[in-house]
Design a protein around this ligand. Structure first.
Ligand SMILES: Nc1ncnc2c1ncn2[C@@H]1O[C@H](COP(=O)(O)OP(=O)(O)OP(=O)(O)O)[C@@H](O)[C@H]1O
Length: 594
């Protein structure tokens, strides 16, 4: 049953052509040649408004014609929302309200015998699954000093980070104001919508929100905002150094390489020439180390950038972390937070973590959750370079609670490919047992066909009340995809970005965004267009970082995208399929041709 597919090779419910007619829709509906939806009758307000708008813009309009519902659905049309509000009301009700799910999400956090039980005065418990196995140990890990938790994708790191933060915020005696900090704004926003106001003692923020409020406090509100236009200024700095040092081969690299190099320097707090040029600070990753003369030239770019930035701001989004650490180390005042919990820690630089460690008092704690297989920002790092004191070593989560077995098998095989594995500590996952269909790989005739197919599959699954995301490597194609998903403005589509406006933690959802924007989030179904070899890895990344490093970085981003899907995964391409995925012979996906 798990592999039940339609005549087009897609999963039942995934195919825009074969999905059953949603209940409550009539046998015949009205469509116009230029429209993307179907209507109940020709007096529909949205239809008439749309035609008026088209005429105003000088476009042709078409008279509505009556067609069988099945034909309208087969052409990928969605129901017009004003004509079929009951249909959308049902879709909106969604699985999040299902009683069996509600029971599974009943929050109870039984405390271990050696720690105090959570206070009776605690606010309402948070709506999360109960910790299991090692997860329980982590919620109640020691409450002073540093703790590290490494876990594979979907192993409950975010869930346990929330549990732990909630426990630390409210446990009597040992509890106190707690900061749960993430890298992605989208993830922070989604966590806030999940827990709501879990009590004033728990704050959820991104690192950069924390940094800004910290600097504001330390300067009495006078701290300037970090400089926003670093790539532009690095390019200008590079042009100057090229003129001063003609013939230096390293300076022929694109500006993106230097942006990345400067980020590494800022992230590790390497700000003097001798330390940088000597190469004493250990580096990980596949990029070939620069020679000493090349490092001299790269340091010139750094210094020139600093000089150009000086009139604008004392720091940018990368080296703001050093300003925060210095401000906190110099500040003997009582700390605002007693405990800090870091989620998605693999994206934090050592300087960020040092600053967060300095933000808690001696009787407080810093807990660090990470999965280095999902590190997608900047150069490779290990938790061991963060300066945390963890004599007992990290706790490891190996059970994947999110992905079905076939999706985990594909993602796991991708993560075991030679371009992926490196010297950074990755947690080997235990294969999940949840059954499900194998991922589908669909070859469309061209890129436009990929986007059309992606939208149709996403709409079909959204119509089945699922939480769906269409994820792409970059923002380049978003403007072409959005109108296909919106169906003439009748379907509400959420963009995965910093604001994550309209995000709801439960119920059907149709969303789109980049692999990066989806970090930490999850969906029932994920559609990945543009999995072509010529895009993954992107040629710009190859030019900036070299083939091996670009492949490794892109593979980790793709791994993030694959592991966002709980039950259904559709990958699309039109040229050659990217070789960052296991090949056709692996039997880990079902191939479908247009
Ligand atoms: N003990 C548990 N029982 C049931 N479900 C769980 C449990 N722990 C986690 N889950 C579920 O597993 C899914 C993944 O959890 P979560 O997002 O916390 O994982 P993660 O390790 O942070 O993932 P990623 O790093 O890939 O973003 C969620 O749907 C969560 O509700």
């Amino acid at each position: 049953m798990a592999e039940e597919r339609c005549v087009h090779g897609l999963l039942a419910g995934q195919c825009g052509e074969c999905r059953p007619a949603p209940p409550g829709l009539p046998a015949k509906v009205y469509v116009t040649d230029g429209g993307a939806v179907f209507h109940r009758n020709t007096t529909c307000r949205a239809l008439l408004d749309g035609q008026r708008r088209a005429r105003r813009l000088g476009r042709d309009t078409h008279d509505p014609g009556l067609v069988p519902l099945t034909e309208a659905l087969a052409k990928g049309r969605a129901a017009c929302a004003p004509c079929f509000p009951a249909h959308y009301a049902r879709v909106q009700a969604g699985p999040g309200l299902d009683m069996s799910t509600a029971a599974r999400w009943t929050p109870r956090i039984p405390g271990p015998s050696h720690t105090a039980a959570p206070s009776r005065r605690s606010p309402l418990p948070i709506p999360l699954p109960e910790p299991r196995g090692h997860q329980r140990d982590v919620v109640f890990l020691r409450t002073q000093g540093h703790c590290v938790v490494l876990g594979t994708a979907g192993s409950g790191k975010t869930t346990m980070a929330l549990h732990r933060a909630h426990f630390l915020a409210h446990a009597p005696g040992i509890g106190g104001p707690t900061l749960l900090v993430t890298f992605n704004r989208a993830l922070a926003t989604s966590l806030r919508t999940l827990v709501g106001d879990a009590g004033g003692a728990l704050r959820i923020a991104t690192y950069h929100q924390f940094a800004q409020s910290c600097l504001r406090e330390s300067t009495g509100g006078a701290a300037p905002a970090p400089f926003r236009h670093k790539p532009h200024l690095v390019e200008a700095a590079l042009a100057r150094v090229r003129a001063e040092r003609p013939g230096a081969a390293v300076l022929e690299r694109p500006a993106a390489f230097f942006v990345d190099e400067l980020r590494w320097m800022a992230g590790h707090g390497v700000t003097d020439r001798a330390t940088y040029v000597s190469g004493r600070t250990p580096r990980l990753g596949r990029g070939r180390p620069l020679s000493m003369p090349d490092r001299e030239a790269a340091f010139d770019v750094y210094e020139t950038y600093l000089r150009l930035r000086e009139p604008h701001a004392p720091y940018d989004w990368d080296d703001v972390a050093t300003a925060v650490r210095r401000a906190l180390e110099a500040d003997g005042a009582p700390r605002r937070y007693r405990h800090v919990v870091v989620d998605e820690g693999q994206d934090f630089t050592p300087e960020m973590i040092r600053g967060l460690a300095a933000a808690v008092p001696d009787d407080g704690s810093l807990t660090f959750f990470a999965d280095y297989a999902q590190q997608v920002y900047g150069s490779r790092m290990s938790w061991r370079s963060l300066g945390l004191d963890v004599p007992e070593g990290p706790v490891r989560f190996v059970d994947n609670h999110r992905n079905s077995a076939p999706i985990a098998a594909l993602a796991g095989a991708a993560a075991r490919m030679p371009h992926f594995t490196d010297e950074v500590e990755l947690v080997e996952p235990r294969p999940p047992v949840t059954a499900g269909p194998r991922p589908t790989v669909f070859q469309a005739p061209d890129e436009a066909g990929q986007l059309r197919m992606a939208a149709r599959a996403a709409l079909a699954q959204y119509g089945e009340r699922q939480r769906v995301a269409v994820l792409m490597p970059t923002r380049e194609h978003e403007k072409r995809l959005l109108p296909l998903l919106e169906c003439g403005g009748t379907v509400t589509v959420r963009r995965l970005d910093a604001e994550l406006s309209g995000w709801t933690p439960h119920g059907p959802l149709l969303s789109y965004g980049t692999y990066f924007a989806a970090k930490g989030l999850e969906f029932d179904s994920v559609v990945l267009p543009l999995c072509d070899a010529e895009r993954l890895p992107h040629p710009d990344a190859v030019a900036a970082h070299g083939e091996a490093e670009a492949r490794a970085r892109q593979a980790r981003a793709l791994y993030v995208a694959l592991t966002r899907a709980r039950r259904s995964l559709l990958l699309l391409h039109s040229g050659q399929l990217t070789d960052l995925l296991p090949d056709e012979m692996s039997d880990l996906f079902v191939r479908v041709a247009a």
